[in-house]
Design a protein around this ligand. Structure first.
Ligand code: NAD
Length: 478
């Protein structure tokens, strides 16, 4: 099947006429061709969004919110097809893929509805003046999407940007763009003003860079790797764009000696292998109190062994392949580096050798123990189904270890002692700290990292406000 980009409400091929193949990671087969967009395609999309901005931003809030809700409803009606595309294109197990499509709906609806209660304020400076500030949309927003959860991200970013009056260019990930192009088809059948949303495909190195350096793009909301985030900061600096960057993490999962071990293991296994470990918030480092370390490891391994790895289309599959052969190479590079640096591989570390899984990009659930803080697998984001388990003896030591990283996305602490839990929550240098939980994210919760994990927040009223700019209006009444 050949897909097209959606620019100014019309289907378009890339100016170059070129396309590139989309490969199903579960079996290596080509499933579609999508346009290989480039700089001139970006220019068209930006011009369309710029043209559409005055009329879209002038609509009443109620009307914009209603349109965004209509998009949510239309996605809801197409769950099965969108989930199937995510399954074929990304390898997401079908049951998880359905939940992810619903995640997009929930994000759109949350933003559409919350935008209706955003407020400005009045500043009581003197009786002879009236000082107030109001929120205005920023303009043309570029929404650059990663491949790990593309529809959820589109729902969150597009829902927020559009609801408050911006127009958008959506750049789906190059290796996982089918669900976004199906989404364009859904939009095409709705009454969306031309140019308010544009969807353009192609590699980050050309399309992404052209967006980042385009002078008429006012805001970039980017989710992806730290390296790309840094590049976008550099490219966008010439026109001082607003940036919201949601980047990588190496998130500590800390189990104290009084934790409910069963609950911790249950959540740990889910968090490590959900979406084949390709989740920014996955636990990248486990720190287990030395007294319970061995017991935790035994329980973890026993549970991880029961994970059903298989064809993403099978309703019983819980874990599918990683997204591509290149990504499998990267995960395997980290597994080898763990072995070379002296960590003990106690589960997985291999591809399945039984057909038909041997043809796909599968990596079995993997567990390392004897990991030390300076190993690559303890410091760098693997973004795959690999759990790295370490032990600690004192609470102060583990807080230092947890903070010894350039990342600061999220963390969790497991304990029955609320005072200890709050001590950890305050001392850990990360944008989110769960207590007796991990990986629960919802549209109401502001999400965004500290340090190299990002700038700004997504989700919640705070995330919505990122897509607005504050204007002061000062009136002399004297
Ligand atoms: P990536 O940085 O390779 O790509 C992300 C997007 O940026 C893609 O659409 C890509 O085409 C585009 N891109 C690539 N190079 C570009 C450039 N030079 N200029 C502009 N755009 C460019 O990331 P990925 O591999 O798709 O996603 C995985 C990463 O995303 C991980 O690091 C993960 O932690 C992170 N992530 C973070 C969050 C969060 O909320 N913090 C959520 C999901 C994923």
């Amino acid at each position: 099947m050949n897909y097209k980009m959606w620019i100014n409400g019309e289907w378009m091929d890339a100016d170059s006429g070129r396309t590139y193949p989309v490969i199903n990671p579960a079996n290596g087969e080509e499933i579609a061709q999508v346009p290989l967009g480039g700089k001139t395609d970006v220019e068209k999309a930006v011009a369309a969004a710029k043209n559409a901005f005055p009329a879209w931003s002038a609509k009443s809030q109620a009307e914009r919110s209603a349109i965004v809700n209509t998009i949510g409803q239309a996605i809801r009606e197409n769950i099965e097809e969108l989930a199937m595309l995510d399954c074929l294109d990304h390898g997401t197990p079908i049951t998880t893929a359905r939940r992810m499509v619903m995640g997009a709906v929930v994000n759109l609806e949350y933003n559409a509805n919350t935008a209706r209660s955003l407020m400005g304020d009045v500043i009581p400076i003197s009786p002879n003046s009236f000082h107030s500030f109001i929120r205005e949309p920023v303009g043309v927003c570029a929404l650059i999407i990663p491949w790990n959860v593309p529809l959820i991200m589109i729902g969150a970013k597009l829902g927020a940007a559009l609801s408050v009056g911006n127009t958008c260019i959506v750049k789906p990930p190059s290796i996982d763009s089918l669900a976004a192009l199906k989404f364009a088809e859904i939009l095409h059948n709705l009454d969306i003003p031309k140019g308010a949303i544009n969807i353009i495909t192609g590699p980050g190195s050309t399309v992404g860079e052209a967006i980042a350096s385009h002078p008429d793009v006012d805001l970039i909301s980017f989710t992806g790797s730290c390296e790309t985030g840094k590049d976008i900061m550099e490219k966008s600096s010439n026109s001082i764009k607003r940036l919201v960057l949601e980047l990588g993490g190496k998130n500590p999962f800390i189990v104290l000696e009084d934790a409910d071990l069963e609950a911790a293991v249950e959540r740990a296994v889910f968090s490590s292998y959900n979406n084949t470990g390709m989740v920014c918030a996955s636990p990248g480092r486990y720190y287990i109190n030395e007294k319970y370390h061995d017991q935790f490891v035994d329980m973890f391994v026993e549970k991880a062994k029961k994970i059903t790895v298989g064809d993403p289309l099978d309703e019983n599959t819980w874990m599918g392949p990683v997204v591509s052969t290149e990504h499998r190479d990267k995960v395997e590079y980290y597994i080898q580096s763990g072995i070379d640096e002296g960590a003990k591989l106690i589960l997985g570390g291999k591809r399945p050798d039984n057909p038909p899984l041997d043809k796909g990009c599968f990596v079995m659930p993997t567990v390392f123990t004897n990991v030390t803080q300076n190993m690559k697998i303890a410091r760098e984001e693997i973004f795959g189904p690999v759990a790295c388990i370490m032990k600690f003896s004192s609470e102060d030591e583990v807080i230092d270890l947890a903070n010894d990283t350039s990342f600061g996305l999220c963390a969790s602490v497991w304990t029955k002692d609320i005072t200890k839990a709050m001590k950890f929550a305050k001392k850990i240098n990360a944008g989110a700290v769960w207590i007796n939980d991990h990986l629960t994210i919802s549209p109401e919760m502001p999400w965004g990292g500290f340090k190299e994990s990002g700038i700004g927040k997504e989700n919640s009223v705070i995330g919505l406000e990122e897509f607005t700019q504050l204007k002061l209006i000062a009136m002399n009444l004297a």
